[in-house]
Structure formats: C-alpha cells, structure tokens
Design a protein around this ligand. Structure first.
Ligand SMILES: Nc1ncnc2c1ncn2[C@@H]1O[C@H](COP(=O)(O)OP(=O)(O)O)[C@@H](O)[C@H]1O
Ligand SMILES: [Mg+2]
Length: 295
C-alpha cells in the first residue's frame, strides 16, 4: 500500500465553532475514500485544508510524504465549489479557458469530455446543460492535466437518481484506472455504493474510519424461513453466535457473530432437526449503523 495523503491531528476553528478537532487520517493510492457526515460536520473544511485553500490552526498534512509545492498540487484535481462556467460559451470553450488557467495542453479538453461522456455535447452552450451535465463538466474540469488524485466535495449534490448514477459510474471508472479519489458526502447510500473506505465525521470529530464494510457493517444480519417459525426462534436461541432474533413478517431475522457463516448456521439448525426453506444474508442495515454512529 502506498500512502498518498497523511492528515495528522488537524484542528480548525471559526470563532467559537470548532469545525475540526484533532482529525487524523491516512489515505492510500487507489482508494475511493468517502468523508461522510451530516451537514456542518467539517467535511468541506477538511477538504479545504488538504487542498491548501484553508489554513488549519494546528496539525499538519502531507501528500506523497511532503508538503506539496505549487507544482505538486497540479497532481491533485479538485472540485470544492461549482466552478464558474460561462453560460453562453460551450462546454469545449469553457474547458479550453480552464486549460489556459491551469496551464494544461488544449488536447486535454476532448480527453476529459470523453471521460465524463459529454463529447457529444461539447459544442452546446453551458446554459443548455442539465444539472447533471453541469456537474459532469465540473468533474471534467477537475480532470484537466490528468491528476493522480481527485478531491470532490459532494459531487452528486442536488442531482436526480440518474445524475447520481452517472457520476458514480465516472468515479468508479476513474478509480479502476488507478486514480485515488477523496469525496465528501452527507449521503450514506452514495458513500456505500461508491467508496472503498470511509471516515465518519460528526461535529468536527472523527468517529471512525476504515474499509467501508468493516466500519458500517461489522455484523451479519441473516434471514431464515422454515415451516414453524416459533420452533425456529426457540432453536435459533440455542445456537452459539446467534443473537437479536426477531420475527419480521414470515421470516426470522438474526445477527450472526463475526466468524460464523451461513453454512455454520444451516448445519447447526439441521443438527437440531430444523429444515430451512430459505436462508441468506440480508443487506445489512448500514443506515441504522450510520445513524447509530452519528447519534
Ligand atoms: N467561513 C466560515 N465561517 C464560520 N463558520 C464556518 C465557516 N465555514 C464553516 N463553518 C462552520 O464550521 C462547521 C463545519 O463546516 P463544514 O466544514 O462546511 O461542514 P460540512 O461540509 O460537513 O457541512 C460548521 O459548523 C460550519 O457552520
Ligand atoms: Mg460541505
């Protein structure tokens, strides 16, 4: 694993508001790292600090093991606020201007338009774009110069489900091609579907972080069906590693301890004379876990 970003005990206040409190985090190459938290939890402040737009009160951070020079920063593409595109200029013209500002070769324009699937609309005026297309153009702009790392603040904010799915596809494709992506979001579902890792912030404090499954889902919820649900519940209660037995309509749900799997449960039930007609892991209730975390 190659460390791309190391955030070391960063704190930041705005007057009385403590926006970040001793936040530390390591991000490795190739990860899609979600910074997840409710509004006001310090996500944008975190991104602002690591992009050098805001100064932290204390703490430090390194990109690739050092404080980045202006030149190193060119290897970090960012989308912190929606860029000011000119409404009466086309997508291509807007990106061409962005290329000049970023001192990037003009051939980048068509490359990034392809990446975000806007090449067919390259010569349409920005003002004719849907919100989703505008956001894709903003991502295209962040991709100019082919940076290794992308930092995106709420990249799907305000988009409809289709627009959200399009951005997700772009992010997953970029990661597949080796980019490291750091994205802030207040939407659990988005982070869950897109990210490999997550850091959960609440009121400026880092509550937990790590691979997404281990953070948001550390137990398996299993659903079982058999002929006699009362007998099933009684029997389940006798099996080692089973807890939280509940009947949900015509199924019984339970939590299986770490290290136990479905085949273990199935054979334990079989040994006790229960034939199951259905057994499987339930998509665990990440939402409940997340809400529990930020409560
Ligand atoms: N420029 C600012 N001036 C004063 N308070 C700010 C400023 N920017 C952010 N804050 C406060 O800092 C906290 C964290 O904000 P922010 O980083 O924007 O959170 P998030 O992006 O998670 O919604 C919030 O309480 C917010 O009101
Ligand atoms: Mg924010």
């Amino acid at each position: 694993m190659e460390e791309i970003l190391n955030i070391n005990s960063i704190s930041k206040r705005y007057g009385k508001v403590k926006a970040l409190n001793n936040v530390s985090l390591q991000i490795n190459r190739g990860e899609i790292y979600g910074i997840l938290g409710p509004n006001g939890s310090g996500k944008t402040t975190t991104l602002g600090v690591i992009l050098g737009v805001l100064n932290a009160d204390s703490g430090s951070y390194c990109w690739n093991g050092k404080t980045p020079s202006k030149n190193d920063r060119k290897n970090i593409g960012s989308l912190l606020e929606t860029p000011n595109f000119y409404p009466y200029l086309t997508a291509r013209q807007n990106l061409s201007i962005a290329c000049e500002v970023k001192e990037v070769v003009q051939s980048e324009v068509d490359r990034v338009l392809n990446v975000v699937d806007l090449i067919n609309r390259a010569d349409s005026k920005f003002k004719t774009f849907s919100l989703g297309m505008k956001q894709r153009l903003a991502i295209a702009s962040a991709l100019l110069g082919n940076p290794e790392t992308l930092v995106l603040d709420e990249p799907t904010n305000g988009l409809d489900p289709q627009g959200i799915a399009e951005i997700r596809t772009i992010i997953l494709d970029l990661a597949k091609n080796g980019k490291t992506i750091i994205m802030a979001s207040h939407i659990l579902d988005e982070v869950e579907k897109t990210c490999t890792h997550v850091a959960v912030l609440k009121l400026g404090n880092l509550l937990t972080y790590g691979p997404i499954q281990s953070v948001l889902n550390n137990q398996e919820q299993v659903l079982v069906v058999s002929e006699n649900l009362d007998l099933l519940k009684l029997t389940l209660a006798q099996i080692d590693g089973v807890s939280n037995i509940k009947q949900i309509k015509d199924k019984v749900s339970l939590i299986l301890a770490k290290g136990k799997d479905i085949s273990y449960l199935n054979s334990a039930l079989f040994d006790k004379g229960i034939a199951v007609s259905e057994i499987g892991v339930q998509d665990s209730d990440l939402e409940a876990n997340f809400l529990e975390l930020i409560k």
